[in-house]
Structure formats: structure tokens, C-alpha cells
Write a protein that binds this ligand. Structure first.
Ligand code: NAD
Length: 482
């Protein structure tokens, strides 16, 4: 029998204090629906306090000190890997293997931010370049803003928060974060790690609450200069409407394609099938860049589909805490139900379900569906689970691009071809933020620019380097010397 899970009763982290409220929000383990923790049902007043503290704090940390804190935070994540992975699995329901992977990605974020904090971000312009030139120089420096509001989604409880706080620390900013009410416990553990690494608590505060009670303050508080949001399209668009003049990074949903071209050999098709199944099922299919549509060209489809099927059938799904498990749960049973319903809707439209060994609550297997019509809801919407939907598309690349571009989303994409001309045509022709040849759409390193267009985001990029630019104001000054 498994050890009984101890329940974590957490408080908010406001100005160095742990703050509790009478009303709490329960956090449940998706696999068993047990309550595994609680966080305060905070209110707008809590968010106001936190922003007041953030706006009045003027960090004097040197680049060296910031880099050291970030470095140490990354080390602590490594030292606490098992603890963090355990709670990632408990609050999100993903399997232990996927949870471990997330802790490693987060470490990378701190490693890059620590290195980047040491780089000078100023520029110098000589002024004697034109016939009106003068003997002086123009310089730039980057300054932190008053306060940053961060609102994060449920699906990467550690990495999404890290992608916001690490560049914030590197640029000497003060951030107030409202993690999702579904998986807030990891964000709180991360805050404690950062304080232990030496971060002044004013520079990272956590408030929790129901969106209807605390959400608005996270968008409109007078001290907020920047809102950095990762989540779904409806909330992203609500922020765009409410936040007005405030600078916004909106990183929203996706339904990324993996395109399988007809120039592939059998061995290449095997390689592509491995990418397809891993990309559709990683993190239980709950990545904004998970493969949500496998677009395979008609003339190789009959060879390719059995390869996908075989690999999907091999995935060991089940108890998320079992270290052997390769696929755990989605966030809750209602989400799993919706995705399964979309599979049946696609079937009614002519798709063929090749593998569906049965759903148990939030535990959704890697359902393989072939011949999905490209206009079916299963692949037009963001189906945020480990479904493996195959859409057979014409051999003509132009038509494939049209189908691929025919949804509201434009986050990322993957293309498997060995023909450089075709690869370049796809890179140019796909309306997306990223195109990876011979890789999953989700492939990135944590400092490379990342973000989508269309409904997938307002084209403001994340990734440590871009986020550090976004989180700062450029001040230009000039001096009367050459
Ligand atoms: P969500 O939009 O439901 O919630 C995101 C956050 O917004 C949560 O913290 C939630 O509490 C908050 N929120 C909800 N209503 C609010 C309101 N009225 N005011 C203020 N805040 C409010 O998204 P989710 O279901 O948690 O996350 C999954 C989504 O995130 C998917 O669409 C996924 O693709 C997307 N995502 C995008 C990226 C990216 O980089 N583009 C990365 C990860 C996840």
C-alpha cells in the first residue's frame, strides 16, 4: 500500500510573511481525486497589498548578486528534485517521469538567467556618423519597471512560473504571481526556494484565490507596468481588453501540427512516428506545443499509421506515482471526458479509432484516431490531452499548408522532410511562431525566443533572453564626449 499523502496547507507569500485566510481552495490529486493541499482563497485586497510592497521596493542587487541567487535557485531545484517531482505529480497528475523532466527544464531556466544577468545589456552609438554629426556618444541602459503581474496556467506548475520569475530577478524587477488555483502548490515551494537562495521576498510574492475574486486586481492594479500571462485564449483576450495601456505578454493556446512529408524512407517514417507519439503524449498532452494534429501526406499514410499505432500501444499508462509509468492523468475527469467526447464526435464524422483501451476518470490513454477530418473539433480546437489524431492530407505541400494554417491558432509546428527546399517552403509558409524541422513543435532551449501569433499569442516572445528585454525599459542618454 502507498504511504498516505500528507496534506499541505499552504499560505500566500506576501512581503516575507506567510498569509492564510479562513476560506481555502482545495487542491486535488487528479488520479484519486483526494485533497492533497489547500491554498488561501485570497481577495483583491491581498493582491493590492502585494503590489504596494512590490512597487515600493527598490532592489539594489548587483548583477553578480542576482546571478548568484539564480544559480543557487537552480542548484536547490536539483537538490529538491524528488520533492518537487512528487508534488508536480500530485497536483497535476502527470507521471513521475514527466515531472522529473519538468524539474530539469526549470533548472535550465535558472542557469540561463544566471548567465544572462552577467551580460551588459547597454548599447553605444557614436554620433559622428552623418554630416550633421557631433562629437558625442549615445548610450542605452535597461531599467526595471515598477511591478510585474504574472498569471500562470496549470500545465507546467514549475516551468511556467520559472519562465516569468527568473528573467524578472535577472533584471532586478519585483513580481507578484497568481498561480492557477488548480496547481498552486509548486509555485509556493518555488518561492521558498528562491528566498532560501537569497532573493528578497519583496521581489517575488505569491497570491492565490479564485479568479473571480482576485483576477481583476492582477490586471488593473495601478502599480502594474507589465502583465505576463500564460494560459488559454479567453482569459488572454480578457486581459487584452482590461489592461489597456499596460504592457502585456500573452502566451496562449495552440493546436500544433506535425507534418509528415511523402519523401521519407521507411526508417525515416519510424523516426517521425517516434516524434509524433512522444509529442502528442508528453506531459499528458498538456503542453501548449503538444502535437495536436499529425498531418501525414496521403501516399505514405498507410505505412506511417501502423508505426504510430505500435508506439502508442507500447506506452505504459496508469498510476502517475509509479516510476515505470510513462503516461499519467490529465488535470481532471471533466477535461478527460471532453477530449474523449471529441474523439467520438470525430468518429461520427468518419474518423477511425484504432486504439482506445478505456478511460478511468482523469486517466486518459493515448487514443489513436486515424482519418480525422481536418475540420473536426478534435483537431480544430485545442484538445489538451494525450490523443494521437492523424489527419491524412494531400501530397501537395501548398494544400497541406492551407490545412495547417486553417485554424485560429499559430503557436508552433514540426515538419519531417529530408528535402531542404520543402523544409524552407514550410518554414516560410506556416503561420506560426516556431517551425522545427525533424523535431517536436515543443522543441526549444529555455533561452531561445518562444511564442505564438494569431490566437496563440500577441507575438511577444518568452524565453529568458526575450523576457529580460520585455521586462525592462530602455533609457537612452548621451554624453558630450566622443
Ligand atoms: P486558463 O486561461 O484557464 O488559466 C490561466 C490562468 O488565468 C490561471 O492562473 C487562472 O486562474 C487565471 N484566470 C482565469 N480566469 C481569470 C480571470 N477572469 N482573471 C484573471 N485571471 C484569470 O488556462 P489553463 O487552463 O490554466 O492553462 C492551459 C492553457 O494555457 C492552454 O490553452 C495552453 O495552451 C496554455 N499555455 C500556453 C503556453 C504558451 O507559452 N503559449 C504555455 C503553457 C500553457
Amino acid at each position: 500500500m502507498k504511504d498516505k499523502i500528507e496534506i499541505r496547507e499552504e499560505g500566500m507569500r506576501i512581503g516575507g510573511k506567510v498569509v492564510f485566510t479562513k476560506e481555502v481552495i482545495e487542491v486535488k490529486y487528479p488520479y484519486t481525486e483526494e485533497v492533497i493541499g489547500t491554498v488561501p482563497a485570497g481577495t483583491a485586497e491581498h493582491a493590492r497589498q502585494a503590489f504596494e510592497i512590490a512597487a515600493n521596493y527598490n532592489s539594489k542587487l548587483t548583477r553578480y548578486e542576482r546571478s548568484q541567487i539564480l544559480q543557487r535557485a537552480g542548484e536547490l531545484i536539483g537538490e529538491r528534485r524528488d520533492y518537487l517531482a512528487k508534488w508536480l505529480t500530485l497536483e497535476l497528475g502527470i507521471c513521475h517521469q514527466h515531472a522529473i523532466y519538468e524539474t530539469k527544464r526549470a533548472q535550465d531556466v535558472y542557469q540561463f538567467a544566471a548567465a544572462q544577468a552577467l551580460q551588459d545589456d547597454g548599447e553605444i552609438f557614436s554620433c559622428d556618423l552623418t554630416h550633421n554629426g557631433k562629437d558625442r556618444k549615445i548610450f542605452t541602459k535597461r531599467e526595471p519597471v515598477k511591478a510585474i503581474s504574472a498569471i500562470t496556467p496549470f500545465n507546467h506548475p514549475l516551468n511556467m512560473v520559472s519562465h516569468k520569475i527568473a528573467p524578472s530577478i535577472a533584471t532586478n524587477n519585483c513580481m507578484v504571481c497568481k498561480p492557477t488555483e488548480l496547481t498552486p502548490l509548486t509555485a509556493i515551494a518555488l518561492a521558498d526556494i528562491l528566498y532560501e537562495a537569497g532573493l528578497p521576498p519583496e521581489m517575488f510574492q505569491i497570491v492565490t484565490g479564485w479568479p473571480q475574486d482576485i483576477g481583476e486586481e492582477m490586471m488593473v492594479n495601478e502599480h502594474i507596468d507589465i502583465i505576463t500571462f500564460t494560459g488559454g485564449v479567453p482569459v488572454g483576450k480578457l486581459i487584452a481588453n482590461k489592461a489597456g495601456y499596460k504592457r502585456q505578454a500573452l502566451e496562449l493556446g495552440g493546436n500544433d501540427p506535425l507534418i509528415i512529408c511523402n519523401d521519407l524512407s521507411d526508417a525515416d517514417l519510424e523516426k517521425a512516428a517516434t516524434i509524433a507519439v512522444a509529442g502528442a503524449t508528453g506531459n499528458s498532452g498538456q503542453r501548449c506545443t503538444a502535437i495536436k494534429r499529425i498531418l501525414v501526406q496521403e501516399s505514405v499514410a498507410d505505412k506511417f499509421v501502423p508505426m504510430v499505432l505500435e508506439k502508442a500501444k507500447k506506452i505504459k499508462f496508469g498510476d502517475p506515482q509509479d516510476p515505470e509509468t510513462e503516461l499519467g492523468c490529465v488535470i481532471h475527469a471533466q477535461a478527460a471526458e471532453l477530449f474523449e467526447k471529441r474523439v467520438y464526435m470525430a468518429e461520427a464524422e468518419g474518423a477511425e479509432i484504432l486504439y482506445h483501451p478505456g478511460r478511468q476518470g482523469a486517466l486518459l490513454p493515448p487514443i489513436v484516431v486515424d482519418k480525422v477530418p481536418h475540420g473536426s473539433e478534435l483537431v480544430m480546437e485545442e484538445t489538451f490531452g494525450p490523443i494521437v489524431p492523424i489527419v491524412r492530407v494531400p501530397d501537395n505541400d501548398e494544400e497541406v499548408m492551407k490545412i495547417s494554417n486553417g485554424t485560429e491558432f499559430g503557436l508552433s509546428s514540426g515538419v519531417c522532410t529530408n528535402d531542404l527546399n520543402r523544409a524552407i517552403a514550410y518554414i516560410n509558409g506556416l503561420d506560426v511562431g516556431t517551425c522545427n524541422i525533424w523535431e517536436q513543435p515543443g522543441y526549444r532551449i529555455e533561452t531561445s525566443p518562444f511564442g505564438g501569433i494569431k490566437d496563440s499569442g500577441n507575438a511577444v516572445k518568452e524565453g529568458v533572453t526575450e523576457a529580460m528585454k520585455f521586462f525592462t525599459n530602455v533609457k537612452t542618454y548621451s554624453l558630450p564626449w566622443p
